[in-house]
Design a binder for this molecule. Structure first.
Ligand code: ADP
Length: 425
């Protein structure tokens, strides 16, 4: 309504001017000239207002020029749009600043890298942890600035599902954990966290377990040594004492196996980061494991199916301990009349070592936890079988350091298949 009214007003003004011009011309007998003069005046007025708009827009002053009618409305509307735009921009800017500030204040290093691998932005912690300085290093290739081989490989391969641990560049006493997330069109967000303390604690735990196990071994050897001497000469002992000695000897043996497994686990953990590159013929290894298993359980049946001739790269002793743990478990947790089958094969481009038994099986609820240290499906079952609860933990660590995985299929009451899966044949 207001717009229509101002347009009507403008129209009336123009018509009035034209009418006055024409009638003034008519008085002097030149109405056409009068009309033309009035039209020129109208045009001149419009040009004047256009000029004012342009002048006003060309310089960033806030208040619009004063004007009435349609021109006033136009000025007001432009002014309104401008203010709206300015407010939106400043809101956006403060959001960006807020986000940057919060990223900048993070204790973890944060780096934004564009699709070409150049640094867009990094925060203050990234300077301390990674030696990157913003804005000095802006638009520089990140691989040129963080010159650590592990990082180079990790970044180039582009599989960021697992974080990377590395020494901080130029500071070997600081351990970092890097996580990279992709976003936008190939951009990457890199987070670096100082995990020195966690790594040190982990190391302390490992050392503690290894030292305690080691220290306990000598006294235990002495005790079981005397026990077996005593047992050897126990013929004229009271039956009650003989039974006590037998049980002590059994328990001492259990403790020895436990210590042996703990020490072995500590060793595997300590060697985890070392590369294992010896070519291992799995068929030879399986024959040896079978030989050992049959020596311990001569009454059992153990079938080998070797359909692959592929060798894998690794550490013979470690792989041997993993496989023999699986085979001995299969024997332990299945009935004496049930054969155990071991297969070495290729399937879907993977190498698989499968150990199948037809024994008690495992309830699916327990599966996620069976590789934890000392985890037992049933407390009673293991003390009967004399297990240490460390077997599958050893398997897990060996496989981890070999880049292999453990796949377990099991049906309670029917049996289990434990498969070691090596990546790409
Ligand atoms: P343990 O020394 O008790 O055998 P492990 O770490 O080797 O310890 O195994 C953990 C648990 O997983 C065992 O206590 C057992 O309950 C279960 N388990 C392992 N292998 C088998 C199997 N082949 N069949 C059924 N249960 C198994």
């Amino acid at each position: 309504v207001r717009l229509a009214r101002s347009w009507l007003g403008e129209l009336r003004k123009v018509l009035l001017l034209l009418a006055v011009g024409t009638s003034a011309g008519w008085v002097f007998d030149a109405s056409l000239l009068g009309f033309a003069a009035a039209a020129t005046l109208v045009l001149a007025l419009w040009f004047y207002q256009l000029g004012r708009i342009q002048y006003w827009l060309s310089q960033p002053s806030d208040e619009p020029p004063e004007a009435g009618g349609v021109w006033g409305d136009i000025f007001d509307q432009i002014h309104h749009l401008q203010r709206h735009d300015r407010e939106a921009r400043s809101r956006l800017q403060s959001t960006v600043a807020y986000l940057r500030d919060s990223f900048a204040a993070l204790r973890d290093g944060a780096v934004m890298v564009d699709a070409r691998g150049n640094i867009e932005w990094s925060n203050r912690a990234a300077e301390r942890l990674l030696g990157l300085q913003y804005p000095r290093d802006r638009s520089q290739a990140i691989l040129n600035l963080i010159r650590v081989p592990e990082f180079h490989d990790y970044y180039q391969v582009g599989d960021f599902s697992e974080p990377l641990q590395l020494d901080a560049p130029g500071r070997p006493d600081t351990r970092l954990q890097l996580e990279i997330t992709g976003f936008g069109a190939g951009d990457r967000l890199l987070f670096a966290r100082d995990v020195t303390k966690i790594v040190r604690l982990e190391q302390m735990r490992r050392d503690f377990v290894a030292n305690v196990s080691h220290e306990l071994r000598t006294p235990l050897t002495v005790i079981s040594g005397y026990l077996s001497t005593l047992l050897d000469n126990s013929d004229d002992l009271d039956a009650r004492f003989r039974k006590a000695l037998q049980q002590m000897s059994q328990q001492a043996t259990r403790m020895e196996t436990l210590l042996r497994d703990l020490l072995w686990l500590a060793r595997i953990e300590a060697m985890e980061s070392e590369e294992k590159r010896d070519p291992i013929d799995i068929r030879t290894l399986l024959h040896e494991v079978r030989h050992e298993a049959l020596a311990a359980h001569p009454d059992r049946e153990l079938l080998l199916t070797l359909s692959s001739e592929q060798a894998v790269r690794g550490d013979y002793k470690e792989l041997y301990s993993a496989v023999s743990n699986l085979v001995f478990n299969a024997i332990k947790y299945s009935g004496a009349d049930k054969p155990v089958q071991v297969r070495w094969l290729e399937r879907d481009g993977q190498l698989r070592l499968e150990v199948e038994d037809h024994g008690v099986g495992i309830d699916p609820a327990h599966l996620p936890r069976i590789t934890e240290r000392f985890y037992r499906v049933e407390a009673s079952r293991s003390s009967q079988t004399g297990g240490t609860g460390l077997g599958l933990a050893i398997v897990k660590h060996v496989l981890m350091s070999h880049g292999a995985t453990l796949d377990v299929q099991s049906t309670p009451g029917r049996g289990s298949v434990f498969s070691i899966v090596f990546p790409g044949a």
